[in-house]
Design a protein around this ligand. Structure first.
Ligand code: HEM
Ligand code: 2DC
Length: 469
């Protein structure tokens, strides 16, 4: 017999009391650990209400399959009110990230062609390869200056710059120059604004931004300042390309970037294009850079694996005579490493959908319109889902059986990450160049945990040593 919705275990009766307990557990930073613990307490499904945020949580791949089958034609994830409130407050349009319904779909279909179709990857790869080469050249210079044939550092700032340079070169078809010694202070400010924007979002998942705005709370003010900085910088970049396009007139000789392609295509309004380009630029920094940092950390922990990856890259280089597009087809273990990093250190703690129809999960009835969350972080560490989950083992992804609703780091279906292909290519190219040039080491016995700042970040700096090969 099917059990009713009201019998799902969990704490969902008193949102305010739960928010208080959540706050006492420092829940704003520990969401991933709290979710893991809730699955341990309640089993593979639980209901929860914290503040005004109400959801049903699941962890099994089979249940994820049921959820995504019921996502409907206009999949909708949790509305991040802090982000929509800012746009409403400043009278700015929503981009693809925040739109819903038909408006989302029609924008997304056009963006898909310019951002994640295989056809455009041919244009992106050479641009990204150039940034990768400049990055390793920059590290070589740092090592030389250091004078000891090695450089020990927290790479996160360098990686933020690599990520912003990569996504910008693809969006605008030109370089920002962030791999140089003296960078535009505006670009650095943009990077800082993104971090602040993420950090100030998490409390507002539980406390309505409208309320925080009324009482003039600092989080809200900081959040507005952060988005203002993001939009100002993106506006400058967009204006610049728009002006160039006006001056040039005729069709460009080389690939002009996503923005110019969208402008020439003339299928989306300029305001819609600006909104989504801004989101792509902002979404393209902390996500890939932190994933790369975690990957280097794992490779430093497993030196033998690092050598195995290096050998794969060397063979791929030889077979493809340096053609990067070809090379990317010959590095399954490098791809497995990135999947493995995202399994243990996902950017998104959870995936969410509002169900479009009634479904049954774990024998409970779940009515249409319910917010259901798949605990990605918890799933990645569940021994029932992954054999020896604590081990970093890229080769597990070489078996197809591993994949059934388990490889979900970028989300699923038509609403999955729009930046996915850019992110994957950018990260693969980065690892290729790093493995070809440096050995990565770390101090022993240093374990780094995650902290939740809307996305999951390392809770303390990751210090690595890079040695020239
Ligand atoms: C959405 C993960 C990098 C732009 C998402 C979602 C996830 C995700 C889980 C939600 C998908 C869903 O609900 O099914 C990641 C990870 C990244 C990454 C793990 C890198 C390691 C990027 C990059 C960009 C980007 C580089 C921009 C170039 C976006 C956008 C959306 C999105 C615009 C919203 C798409 C929509 O609502 O239609 N991402 N992301 N992401 N991501 Fe990413
Ligand atoms: C955070 O409980 C935890 O890709 C919440 O590039 C549920 C939730 C909702 C939406 C998720 C968010 C979590 C994590 C960060 C995500 C976001 C959707 C898109 C965003 C996953 C899981 C991200 C990082 C985008 C951000 C682009 C933006 C800054 C312009």
């Amino acid at each position: 017999t099917i059990r009713p919705f009201s019998e799902i275990p969990g704490l969902w009766k008193n949102g305010v009391a739960n928010l208080y307990n959540f706050w006492k557990l420092d829940g704003f930073k520990n969401l991933h650990r709290i979710m893991l613990q809730n699955f341990n307490t309640f089993g593979p499904i639980y209901r929860e209400k914290v503040g005004y945020y109400e959801s049903v949580n699941i962890i099994n791949p089979e249940d994820a399959a049921i959820l995504f089958r019921a996502e409907g034609h206009y999949p909708k994830r949790l509305k991040v009110e802090a982000w929509t409130s800012y746009r409403d407050y400043r009278n700015r349009k929503y981009g693809v990230l925040l739109k819903n319904g038909e408006d989302w779909r029609s924008n997304r279909v056009i963006l898909n062609k310019e951002v994640i179709s295989p056809k455009v990857m041919e244009n992106f790869v050479p641009l990204l390869d150039e940034v990768g080469l400049d990055f390793v050249a920059r590290i070589h210079k740092k090592i030389t200056r250091n004078g000891q044939n090695k450089w020990t550092t927290d790479l996160s700032q360098e990686l933020f710059k690599y990520a912003l340079e990569s996504v910008s070169t693809v969006l605008y078809g030109e370089r920002l120059g962030l791999m140089l010694d003296y960078i535009d202070p505006e670009a650095q400010h943009f990077i800082d604004c993104i971090t602040l924007m993420f950090k100030t979002t998490s409390p507002m998942l539980y406390i309505p931004p409208a309320l925080l705005r009324q009482i003039g709370a600092k989080v809200w003010r900081d959040h507005v300042e952060a988005w203002d900085g993001i939009f100002n910088q993106a506006d400058r970049c967009i204006q610049n390309i728009y002006r160039q396009l006006r001056l040039e007139g005729g069709p460009p000789k080389k690939y002009p970037g996503v923005l110019a392609s969208l402008l020439m295509l003339d299928k989306l309004s300029i305001e819609d294009i600006k909104a989504s380009i801004t989101e792509l630029m902002a979404g393209g920094v902390d996500t890939t850079s932190i994933t790369l940092l975690w990957t280097l950390y794992e490779l430093a922990r497993y030196p033998n694996l690092q050598e195995e990856l290096r050998a794969e890259v060397a063979a791929a280089r030889a077979e493809s005579q340096g053609d990067m597009l070809e090379m990317l087809k010959r590095i399954p273990l490098v791809k497995g490493a990135l999947k493995e990093t995202l399994r243990l250190h996902p950017v998104a703690v959870s995936l969410q959908r509002y169900t479009a129809e009634d479904i049954i999960i774990q024998n409970y009835h779940i009515p249409a319109g319910t917010l259901v969350q798949l605990g990605l972080y918890a799933m990645g560490r569940d021994p029932k889902v992954f054999f020896r989950p604590e081990q970093y083992q890229p080769s597990r992804w070489l078996r197809t059986k591993t994949h059934y609703f388990r490889s979900l780091s970028f989300g699923f279906g038509p609403r999955q990450c729009l930046g996915r292909r850019i992110a994957e290519a950018e990260m693969q190219i980065f690892l290729i160049h790093m493995l070809e040039n440096f050995r990565v080491e770390k101090q022993r016995h240093v374990e780094v945990q995650s902290t939740f700042q809307l996305i999951l970040l390392p809770e303390k700096p990751i210090i690595l040593t890079l040695k020239s090969l």
